[in-house]
Design a protein around this ligand. Structure first.
Ligand SMILES: Cc1cc2nc3c(=O)[nH]c(=O)nc-3n(C[C@H](O)[C@H](O)[C@H](O)COP(=O)(O)OP(=O)(O)OC[C@H]3O[C@@H](n4cnc5c(N)ncnc54)[C@H](O)[C@@H]3O)c2cc1C
Ligand code: FES
Ligand code: FES
Length: 1336
């Protein structure tokens, strides 16, 4: 056969513009192409592995099989540029713009307050836009499905849904069922009965209508191109990889014979992450995505043949149709597949990933093989030698990522049989998160009965996730054939499975006992499902107990809806005064159109270089030598940097605590920066950094956990103590003494934008500009100055906005800046640093794990007389902010409770882990959770509901003193508590829960309510200051600069509202460009929930000064417009520029005396949550949360509610699903969204109600408002305690003690293992010489 000729011209479109790429790089993904070559930076990098959705774009192609143009959302980070032949790409810029015309999707997400930091927003817009292209009037379920693959770390998703649900027809909207006789669309935008309380946070008036004529059409040229037969190979040769796109199936077969080692790349969702994130190199790849023969679907009488190249989305639609066409009996396999496909990955991945790729990846965590094997599918395999068939079963998988396919063979298609009468099929999966997460264990099970009987004719059980390959329970199945489907079969089956399925103690992923339990639990569920069906078919089977049916009800994923309410501004307030109104985020529209500029969106500067870090692979070792010669030999590499290259001091100083910028002689954690490679581009820098060879000599000791640090007495100074009353005396008087402990794991910030900056030397007088993602620009400036030995006045830090910070961009970014600045200094060229997600997670660390050990003395009525708590935090290898974080934990240890004798000690453990740092809440959540755990345990001991014990112990007097003797009034906390009890209908629901639990054996519910008192401001008093600069220009426009950082919380919006109020000009007249150390020097970090307090006052002060200067003119020329007034002032030589300053409170604490006003004031609140758990799998569903929050007089209720919801959802992650794993060698294993699960849409309670307390005042802060950024994270603990209640209910029913320990987060594994039952007891405790992961 003659070979097709070769073409190396790639033709595709981006946003309606034709691209002809002659030198397409096979290694380049669409994301990098868009951002760097096409200059379209609206599409964002969040993870590079398909796990976050920030890079979502729409891809349209002509489908010759269906003869239609398909529009699909895909992840640009996994879409190779070379695969784009004939495709039209639409990015957020192609959808609409503020300069031309907005698209309604962009307008509505912004106006509904669905964009905070904005980094996820373009991805959200593109997912929704693609949905609307396919379905202009979607249902809520469509929206839920479309957004399942998009993560947002700021908003809590509800406002995004609020904006998008306006596209649904009202009657199709409320998939969640009506509440109060109203559809959620009507309900969430209503006025409350109380006349000054509103639930209207945004209104739908004057919204742009959906106008299909605004959409880019599919280019006719591409249509013609697609319809022409392909006769040429598309071939591209990159630096290291060659790409070949065959013309048809025969050509593919030929090529595979010629290049047997070349993978067939189709969706690139397995290959892509391996190549881009793990460095796997395939010198040749053959593209299989353009071969119609691989995508054919053919229906036969008893089966369907699906092409191996069919995407999972296409399959889902196909199977849904089959279910309708074939009816329930024949479509059992398709029902099972749909059930799994609904929660497998996100929509974008399902659009890209193929069934063939899923099978051939041979990854036991992938879900499809266990189902397809149980269904007895057949694989059609083809090669130059001919075609053959193979059953898809355990024998096909020969090892992890290995199959029986020969290297020259291609998987052509899969036959999936229809179900036969008396055949039953079920599938199961349990993952860290219910959707968009790999399964921990999955299973496919099929049983065939002798007709009209319960006698087993055939049984097949397959498990994934219990070994390196797919596992078949062959022996068990065989033994059960001929048996009746009854309790005896169940008992024997579980026993056999326990013996047959082994999870080796060394299994990657750990969780051996849990996985083994899932094996049994899944079988039990299968048994129940089948039993129920047999019963429905009137087969004589044993009676099913009603309580046991709860094993079967799967949790339904719903769309979060919510009610919110806030107090309206007084009627008398002028309409032009924006303070107190729910104004939209100042840059919301820019964020939704992709126009908002983040640091890595700044175009590259001429000659710009890239820096990549070289990090330690040992936890504690002496550096013997560093050899960068191999790295330096790589083309494009400019230089290698280490400690000796630092021109000034190789240290970052923080309150006299030095931390090395580059490790010089010794490393003290895995991930510590030892050096850096500077290269012409990021790929070269990354590759070269991996080639730097460091030799080490290990040093002892080395340890990572809090317990080990206690053993070694390894603590940082200072060690803190706070004490009130006489604890020993309290213990003596108490009726009972309780001792226990509570462990809380750490948390990764997972801001969607990874850390980085651009350093640009100005070429004159050592001046240097930094465009940096920092929450504390002044500190970055200071550290860079010390590192370079240059005065601060020559270093200017610019911070336009951050794609999320959450405390993680205060400290570490200063080190990264020092290194990047050193690179710029040494090379004299601009240098960019953008951490990859995995490196960011490794290097920058996160929230401190805490262990609280307590002794409590309490009375019979549940009142606590005395508590002595020792807090241990894991500080990691350097102090960073750990001691202040510990102080905050101690200062919050009383929460809202008046415990007369209270003592707290705080010790920060020094271990050999990357140094932990600030994270929203700053130790507050840990301090609060441990005291809440104490209250919870006391309630359990007393046999009281926990709310009663909380209520009894609460501060209630009009004037109270905290345990550090700060005077405060708990009035508004008690109001929040009472209102929360009422609004959540707590008492009634508690009764319902008790009834539910009595009637459901395998599902249990729990409810929990907590109060909150949270200190606002820095306890280091000097930080409580704010500064601003306000300039008025002659055209009347106003430029505000301030020292705060916009990171989604809306500080700029609030500052503009304040300036607008004082200057009496519309908000549109005022602009905030950036935070800049050149405009406002020495600013405090944007942290401690104090940003608006400090900055707002400073802006107010500056504006008042200006108005003071204009006062006489205003009086004299009352008829003047603002602009005329400004011009007149200019002519009269009145300065139109003013600085503002706010000298905040002198907070302090005397640790010797245990007293002092540590905080400016307190923000109060209360939160109630209800959850349901599946006792068999450990899965849980958040059902409803009600929050009542005291934010004083809100400056902007929409932003404040956004902070409450967003903080709470971060708390959901902290307390229930986010779990970091370290190896026993101290290596962080969870380095991306595939391993580390933060809350997705499915985790938000379908009912999330937020109410801002009305008639709340705050005499201390600007316009009587209160800081709100940090406090709501703690509310996530209500889910933890509700889960604990639910587990306790299960345990009580099984005759076990409800006094058991549960550490945070309450993951599926912990829930399942705490719900002890016959299955957990069957699983022997596995002795491990070395665990897979350790609890640090
Ligand atoms: C973020 C994310 C989440 C995910 N979540 C899940 C999940 O929850 N459950 C789950 O089951 N999976 C999940 N996956 C995996 C996903 O389903 C698979 O990666 C996908 O199905 C592989 O198909 P692909 O076309 O992308 O394969 P590719 O990556 O293109 O190829 C994978 C392998 O298959 C080979 N191959 C592909 N087609 C053929 C063929 N026709 N003949 C011969 N060899 C072939 C390739 O050579 C390669 O070795 C997830 C993936 C990602 C990125
Ligand atoms: S960057 Fe593509 S999914 Fe995260
Ligand atoms: S707004 Fe979604 S990540 Fe910030």
């Amino acid at each position: 056969m003659s070979r097709p000729s070769v073409n190396n011209e790639l033709i595709f479109y981006i946003n309606g513009k034709k691209i002809v790429e002659k030198n397409a790089d096979p290694g380049e993904m669409l994301l990098a192409y868009l951002r760097r070559k096409a200059g379209l930076t609206g599409t964002k990098y969040g993870c590079g592995g398909g796990g976050c959705g920030a890079c979502t774009v729409m891809l349209s192609r002509y489908d010759p099989i269906k003869d239609i143009v398909l529009h699909e959302a895909v992840n640009a980070c996994l879409q190779p540029v070379c695969s784009l032949q004939g495709a039209a790409v639409v990015t957020v810029e192609g959808v609409g713009s503020t300069k031309t015309k907005l698209h309604p999707v962009q307008e509505r997400i912004a106006k509904a307050h669905g964009s905070q930091c904005g980094f996820c927003t373009p991805g959200m817009v593109m997912s929704m836009y693609t949905l609307l292209r396919n379905k202009p009037q979607p249902t809520m379920e469509d929206i839920r499905e479309s957004l399942g693959g998009n993560l947002c770390r700021c908003t809590g998703y509800r406002p995004i849904i609020d904006g998008f649900k306006t596209f649904c027809e009202a009657q199709t909207c409320c998939q969640n069922g009506e509440r109060n006789g109203k559809c959620c669309m009507e309900e969430s935008n209503c006025h409350n009965k109380e006349s000054d309380i509103s639930g209207e946070i945004f209104n739908m008036d004057n919204l742009l209508p959906l106008d299909p004529t605004q959409d880019l059409i599919f280019p006719p040229e591409l249509l013609l191109l697609a319809k022409q037969p392909r006769v040429e190979h598309l071939c591209f040769q990159g630096e290291r990889v060659k790409w070949i796109s065959p013309v048809d199936l025969n050509d593919l077969i030929e090529l595979k014979a010629e290049y047997p080692d070349a993978p067939i790349l189709v969706g690139n969702t397995t290959l892509g992450p391996k190549m881009t994130l793990k460095g796997t190199l395939h010198p040749v790849v053959i593209y299989g995505g353009d071969i119609p023969g691989l995508r054919a679907i053919k229906w036969a009488k008893n089966y369907v043949t699906v092409g191996a190249g069919c995407s999972l989305s296409v399959l889902k639609e196909t199977f849904l149709q089959a279910i309708q066409d074939l009816g329930p009996e024949k479509s059992k396999v398709y029902q099972a597949l749909v059930q799994t496909l609904q929660c497998l990955a996100g929509k974008q991945i399902r659009n890209m990933a193929t069934i063939g790729g899923n099978i051939l990846s041979a990854n036991p965590k992938y879900d499809l093989s266990s189902i397809l094997a149980a269904a007895k599918c057949t694989l059609h395999i083809i090669s130059k030698d001919g075609a053959r068939e193979m059953p898809l079963s355990e024998e096909f998988f020969t090892g992890f990522a290995k199959t029986a396919l020969r290297s020259d063979e291609i998987l052509l298609a899969i036959d999936i049989p229809h179900s036969k009468p008396w055949e039953f099929m079920s599938v199961f999966r349990q993952a860290q998160r219910r959707e968009f997460a790999f399964s921990i264990v999955n299973a496919g099970m099929k049983v065939v009965f002798r007709p009209d009987s319960n006698v087993v004719e055939h049984l097949d059980i397959f498990y994934g996730g219990v070994g390196p390959t797919l596992v078949r329970a062959r022996h068990t199945s065989k033994k059960l054939i001929g048996r009746q489907w009854d309790d005896k079969l169940l008992a024997e089956g579980t026993q056999l499975l326990e013996e047959e399925i082994t999870v080796p103690p060394t299994a990657p992923g750990g969780q051996e006992e849990y996985r083994k339990t899932l094996v049994l639990s899944f079988f039990f569920k299968f048994y129940m499902e089948v039993l129920l069906e047999l019963q429905e078919r009137k087969v004589d089977v044993i009676d099913l107990s009603l309580e046991y049916l709860s094993a079967l009800k799967p949790f339904k994923n719903e769309v979060p809806q919510g009610n919110y309410s806030f107090q309206l501004v007084p009627e008398a307030q002028s309409l032009s005064y924006p303070v107190g109104r729910p104004n939209v985020h100042q840059a919301g529209l820019q964020q939704a159109t992709g126009e908002a500029v983040y640091y890595d969106d700044i175009p590259s500067v001429k000659g710009e270089l890239f820096v990549s870090m070289v990090t330690s692979t040992r936890a504690h070792a002496k550096i013997i030598s560093i050899d960068a010669s191999a790295a330096l030999a790589i083309p494009g590499v400019v230089t290698f940097l280490s400690a000796k290259d630092v021109p000034g001091q190789n240290r970052r100083l923080w309150f006299n605590n030095p931390e090395e910028v580059f490790a010089e002689e010794e490393v003290i954690c895995v991930g510590q920066i030892i050096g850096a490679i500077v290269a012409e581009n990021r790929e070269q820098a990354k590759r070269a950094a991996e080639q730097v060879h460091v030799s080490y000599q290990d040093i002892q000791p080395v340890f990572f956990t809090i317990e080990e640090a206690i053993e070694h007495q390894s603590f940082f100074d200072p060690k803190r103590k706070l004490e009130r009353g006489n604890v020993e005396e309290g213990f003596e008087k108490a009726d009972h003494i309780l001792e226990g402990e509570m462990y809380m794991g750490g948390q990764e910030h997972f801001y969607m934008e990874t850390q980085g900056l651009i350093a640009i030397p100005k070429g004159e007088a050592e001046e240097l500009d930094l465009y940096v993602a920092s929450q504390h620009a002044a500190y970055t400036q200071e550290v860079v100055g010390i590192t370079l030995g240059i005065a601060s006045n020559k270093i200017t830090c610019h911070v336009k906005r951050l794609g999320g910070g959450f405390g993680g961009k205060v400290m570490k970014i200063a080190t990264l800046s020092a290194i990047t600045a050193t690179a710029a200094y040494k090379t004299g060229r601009a240098v960019r640093c953008v951490l990859e997600r995995g490196d960011d997670m490794l290097i920058t660390s996160g929230r401190h794990p805490f262990l609280g050990k307590y002794k409590v003395g309490y009375m019979n009525d549940g009142s606590i007389l005395a508590a002595d708590i020792t807090y241990y935090s894991n500080g990691g290898c350097t102090l960073d902010e750990s001691s202040f974080i510990m102080e905050k934990a101690l200062l919050h240890m009383d929460n809202g409770y008046k415990i007369p004798h209270l003592r707290g000690r705080g010790l920060v453990c020094k271990t050999y882990l990357p140094s932990y740092t600030a994270f929203r809440g700053f130790g507050g959540p840990q301090g609060l959770t441990i005291i809440e755990s104490v209250l919870h345990e006391v309630a359990v001991k007393c046999g009281w509901p926990a709310h009663k014990v909380r209520d009894i112990n609460m501060y209630k007097d009009e004037q109270c003193y905290t345990h550090h003797k700060q005077l405060f009034s708990p009035r508004d906390m008690v109001r929040c508590w009472d209102e929360c009890l009422e609004k959540s209908d707590y008492h009634q629901r508690l009764l319902h829960i008790q009834q539910f639990n009595a009637h459901n054996h395998w599902k249990k519910r729990g409810i929990s309510i907590v109060p909150l008192k949270f200190g606002i401001g820095f306890s280091k008093g000097f930080y409580n200051q704010g500064a601003a600069l306000v300039n008025i220009y002659k055209d009347g426009s106003v430029l505000v600069s301030h020292g705060g950082t916009e990171m989604g919380q809306g500080i700029n919006t609030k500052a503009i509202q304040i300036a607008s109020r004082i200057l009496k000009v519309p908000m549109s007249t005022i602009h905030i460009k950036e935070t800049c150390t050149g405009n406002v020097p020495n600013a405090a970090p944007s942290a401690a929930s104090f940003g608006t307090d400090a900055v707002g006052m400073a802006v107010k002060n500056a504006c008042e000064k200006l108005m003071g200067r204009l006062e006489t003119l205003i009086k004299k020329h009352s008829q003047y417009t603002w602009q005329q007034l400004v011009v007149e002032a200019y002519c009269q030589k009145i300065s139109l520029s003013a600085t503002g300053f706010f000298m905040g409170p002198h907070t302090s604490i005397d640790w010797e005396k245990s007293e002092g006003p540590a905080y400016y004031y307190f923000t109060f609140g209360a939160c109630c949550s209800e959850v349901e758990i599946d006792c068999l799998t450990g899965d849980h569903k958040n059902i409803r949360t009600d929050i009542v929050m005291d934010v004083g007089r809100s400056i902007n209720p929409a932003l404040d509610i956004g902070q409450v919801e967003g903080g709470f959802v971060q708390g959901i992650g902290l307390y229930t699903i986010e779990e970091l794993h370290f190896s026993p060698e101290g290596v962080l294993l969870t380095r991306g969204p595939s391993q580390y699960k933060m809350p997705a849409l499915c985790d938000v309670p379908p009912q999330l109600n937020v109410h801002l307390l009305s008639n709340a005042e705050n005499p201390y802060a600007i316009y009587s408002s209160k800081g709100i950024g940090e406090p709501p994270v703690f509310f996530g603990c209500t889910l933890f305690f509700a889960i604990k209640e639910a587990i306790a209910a299960a345990r009580r029913e099984r005759g076990l003690s409800d006094d058991f320990s549960l550490s945070s987060p309450a993951t599926a594994e912990k829930i399942r293992m705490a719900c002890e039952d016959c299955f957990t007891r069957m699983v022997p405790r596995i002795e491990k010489s070395k665990p897979w992961a350790i609890n640090v």
